[in-house]
Design a binder for this molecule. Sequence first.
Ligand SMILES: [Zn+2]
Length: 193
Amino acid sequence: MVGSARRADRTPQRGVPTRIRRPNFVDAQLGKAHLAIDMKTSNFRIVPLPTKVANAARRAAEAGATDHAVIMADSPNGFPCRHCLRWAQSGERVILFPFAAIPPGHPYSETGPIFVHEQPCERYAATGEYPSDFRSGRVFRAYNANYDMIDAKPVNGDEPEAVIETLLQNPQAAFVDARSADRGCYTFRIERA
Ligand SMILES: [Zn+2]
């Protein structure tokens, strides 16, 4: 009985379809317009390493801190600077030092090695755009507001923007960290725009 009633609802009646078809068509067009606007405005914001952290590392390296090593980059894709979010080029010097991406005092607290250019560099400024140097070789970890890791996804050939959007669809996700897929090193943070 219910099924036949539903079919009856959908059965076009003479004179009615022309009245309902037009609004549906207009709605569909509006939907496409909203999608086009959404695609231009990213739903995330890239957070590079703060300049004060990069400068503190430069000062510590200059002072000879034993946990701050100055290294000459010798390959084009092995030394990512977390401040300008670019690969250091062969021959450029970088500082290798430990950074607490997840601060102490939490079950997921984590301190690990990162690079910054030894010379002052410009902090990554296109925060609405995913950094082009790191479109592959990253894994994304989602954390809640208590710094608990709640999800993780590798890029795996997908568009990184789509993976980030999926992770941020979880209302519990407070931020997402991009890390190296092979070595696990922290690369940058992503927050909701
Ligand atoms: Zn840099």
